[in-house]
Design a protein around this ligand. Structure first.
Ligand code: FE2
Length: 358
């Protein structure tokens, strides 16, 4: 099966040109954003302009934090329902987009507690959602994934419901004001999605198609990520499209070991998601079958896993992760049978320890 029920518009002015697909979603929008970058990059104003012109009311839930908690989802749900909103517009990076999908689920199930997000026996019906990414890694605009922080567990867990946006608008111009650190961290997350989706028990020719094209795009902007040249407008669109294709890949397969290791690192040390994932990517590449590794590296324009690690260090300036946190991540990975069994090559304790760095 290859399933993505989201209508995707991509390219310059994708939102303005196809605004009818936004305005047809309902009568009153709940706009869900992060802490202000949506206003800076123009995406928020584009949305407001379209809604005003179409006489569609809206309320704004601003300030979704990085790694949104389930508590913040419930707070936004109550706000959206009290404002009588009947559709959701998510604008921002992975945190805002993942949150917007979970909020739309909970708005429809207005009397349920947060546990609903993790109850697979319940329906996944949700209000319509539009996604407008303003970073280039999450892929949330085309996935059913909503990863949320479980404060009581000290880690992140994806909702068990498949929460796909109704429509997404993927426009590179919204990256223009993003700091290079955010572009780089998220571009490496997109790369991680393609690597982990390619070497996955659920990989098919169709998911390989998405990852392969995404890697071709990614390779063409690798020198931008490395800081060797300035990004042009065309590069920014390429970064966005690579991320969306990477999202299409993991929408089918899911992610594996580096992502599983990253969650306690992100929550425990407040390290951005793409950066946390990338700590483990070179060793993960070394652990997989040579044929897969060589194919991926060639596609990504890299000669070996160490070159990827060098690129990561140059692009993301990572600090060392204290051993204590690598051990916590390793313990959590060992208990995550779903992620471990999704890896199609032989893994034993030594291999896992090597990848986790413990
Ligand atoms: Fe990711």
């Amino acid at each position: 099966m290859f399933y993505i029920p989201t209508r995707v518009f991509t390219g310059k002015d994708a939102l303005i040109t196809n605004k009818d697909y936004l305005t047809r979603l309902g009568h009153k929008a709940l706009i869900v954003t992060g802490k202000g970058s949506a206003k800076k990059n123009g995406s928020f104003n584009d949305v407001i302009g379209i809604l005003k012109e179409s006489k569609i009311e809206y309320s704004v839930y601003e300030g979704i934090n990085e790694n949104p908690t389930v508590e913040s989802i419930m707070d936004a749900r109550d706000y959206g329902n009290s404002e009588a909103c009947d559709f959701v517009i998510g604008i921002g990076g992975g945190s805002a987009l993942d949150a917007s999908k979970a909020i739309s689920l909970m708005m429809l199930h207005k009397d349920e507690g947060w546990e609903y997000l993790y109850d697979g026996s319940k329906t996944s019906d949700m209000l319509p959602v539009a996604s407008i990414p303003t970073t280039c890694g999450t892929g949330s605009e085309v996935t059913g994934v909503s990863v949320l922080t479980r404060t009581e567990l000290g880690t992140k867990k994806s909702s068990v419901h498949k929460l796909y946006p109704t429509v997404s608008f993927v426009d590179g111009k919204y990256l223009k004001t993003a700091p290079s650190s955010i572009i780089n961290n998220t571009a490496l997350d997109a790369l991680a999605h393609m690597i982990e989706g390619l070497v996955h028990t659920k990989a098919t020719e169709y998911t390989r198609m998405c990852a392969s094209s995404g890697l071709d795009l990614w390779r063409s902007v690798k020198d931008v990520i490395a800081g060797e040249r300035q990004a042009t407008d065309a590069d920014l669109q390429i970064l966005m499209d690579a991320s969306t294709m990477a999202g299409m890949t993991i929408a089918q397969t899911g992610t594996t070991i580096p992502h599983a290791l990253s969650y306690p690192i992100t929550i425990g040390l407040n390290i951005p998601h793409g950066k946390s994932v990338s700590y483990f990517q070179a060793e993960f590449l070394k652990a997989m079958d040579k044929a897969d590794r060589d194919w991926i590296l060639t596609k990504a324009g890299l000669k070996d896993p160490d070159e990827l690690d060098e690129l990561f260090k140059k692009a993301c300036d990572p600090d060392d992760i204290p051993l204590k946190y690598r051990e916590i991540a390793y313990e959590e990975l060992c208990s995550n049978k779903a992620k471990l069994s999704a890896v199609p090559f032989k893994i034993d304790e030594n291999v896992l320890k090597k990848i986790a760095g413990v």
